[in-house]
Design a binder for this molecule. Structure first.
Ligand code: R7I
Ligand code: MG
Ligand code: MG
Ligand code: MG
Length: 359
């Protein structure tokens, strides 16, 4: 289990670092993604032949990892959720190192969090987008450490409250919160997965049974406009609807990337990216991807997720966290670990989170 904890956070880091090379591209060729990691692997090969010490990282992490590090650090330091401490860490991290590719609107939240007279740390986020809150994927992208922190409690209601609280510091839209909850539930479920290969239908059915009450409950907090729009679209439980879509897509033997993007999305919204991450995990877990022959399941997850294009760093970081939680460190190539920034810190944080649970 320690190896699975580590691979969850290390996986998230390498997914972000490798994925960030393709962020925002509408169409990504899988062969280009493979070439980007071949570069790292060849570099490592050469370094070994010359018996040189590992050089400095080549691929750098973005806001996804920067914020996940703050989530882990705050939980480890306080040993419970402390809203003020976590908000301070998010804002301080941003102002120390602002060029990590943060979302366009979330920086306003950081600016408002710096106000020394601020009483309610959740208020700046709640004022975003005319009071509806951001539906970006910034909550989901950073949530993996929360799933590890709560793992030993084995209490989904507790995990849900923790994830919702962490997300609401920057994102208060119900789709952002529920997207983060889905991502955390997927990581949790993957950590608890006993047998391989994964049964995709079972994995999805289990997620639906957990998400349905969450989505039904949150509809009580929606504005009338939200309710009208969602009723019109016919999705009162939108994430459950997309989870069902994932099942269908996995049964299509002639599936193209465009079909996946059309049905699930690949953008910076939580609703347009968390389902794509879950899909990428299950696609690699249950099927042979011919273009990725010779690659293990973890590698296939990351490379396939990036191949979806769009918000590649974030979809890859989320897919990789789920995959790492199942496969463990054995499946994360050494070259990826050496040449992606932040791997050692992630490994250390995962180990500390693991130890917290055995106290
Ligand atoms: O969600 P957030 O932290 O951004 C995360 C993304 C990831 O891909 C990172 O890798 C990084 O690149 O950014 O930041 P936000 O600024 O809250 O949301 C991201 C974007 O989603 C916003 O800049 C908007 O373009 C869009 N967005 C919305 N647009 C219209 N109406 C989010 N909420 C809304 C909305 O309510
Ligand atoms: Mg990013
Ligand atoms: Mg970005
Ligand atoms: Mg991104």
């Amino acid at each position: 289990m320690l190896s699975r904890f580590k691979a969850c956070l290390v996986g998230a880091v390498v997914g972000d670092c490798i994925g960030s090379n393709f962020e925002g591209l509408l169409a990504v060729k899988l062969s280009d993604v493979v070439n980007s990691v071949l570069k790292l692997e060849e570099c490592n090969q050469q370094a070994q032949e010359k018996e040189e010490a590992g050089p400095s990282p080549k691929y750098f992490y973005t806001d996804d990892t920067a914020m996940a590090r703050s989530v882990a650090a705050s939980l480890l330091d306080k040993k419970h959720f402390d809203a003020r401490d976590m908000a301070d860490r998010f804002a301080t991290e941003y102002f120390n190192d602002p060029d990590r590719g943060y979302g366009g609107s979330v920086v306003t939240v950081f600016e408002n969090l710096k106000d020394p007279d601020l009483i309610d740390v959740f208020r700046p986020a709640s004022m975003q987008f005319g009071g509806r809150g951001s539906f970006g994927n910034g909550g989901a992208m950073r949530i993996a450490p929360a799933a590890l922190f709560a793992f030993h409690d084995n209490d989904l209601a507790k995990l849900k409250v923790l994830v919702s609280s962490i997300t609401r510091i920057t994102h208060t839209h119900h789709l952002a919160i529920n997207g983060a909850i889905l991502q955390a539930f997927a990581v949790d479920q993957s950590l608890r997965q006993q047998q391989q290969p994964v049964d995709a239908d079972e994995f999805i059915d289990s997620l639906i049974s957990k998400m349905k009450p969450v989505e039904e409950e949150s509809s009580a907090g929606k504005t009338p406009a939200d309710n009208t729009r969602e009723k019109k679209d016919g999705h009162p439980t939108p994430y459950c609807y997309k989870l069902l879509k994932i099942k269908e897509l996995l049964k299509n033997r002639d599936l193209h990337v465009e079909d996946v993007v059309n049905e699930l999305g690949n953008d910076v919204s939580a609703f347009g990216s968390v389902p794509a991450a879950v899909f990428s995990f299950l696609k690699a877990a249950t099927q042979n991807i011919p273009e990725l022959n010779g690659r293990n399941k973890f590698e296939q997850t990351v490379l396939y997720a990036i191949g979806l294009g769009g918000d590649t760093d974030t979809i890859a970081t989320m897919a990789a966290a789920i995959a790492g939680a199942l496969y463990g460190m054995e499946q994360i190539p050494k070259a990826w670990q050496i040449y992606c920034e932040g791997v050692e810190d992630a490994e250390r944080a995962a180990e500390e989170l693991f130890k917290l649970g055995s106290l």
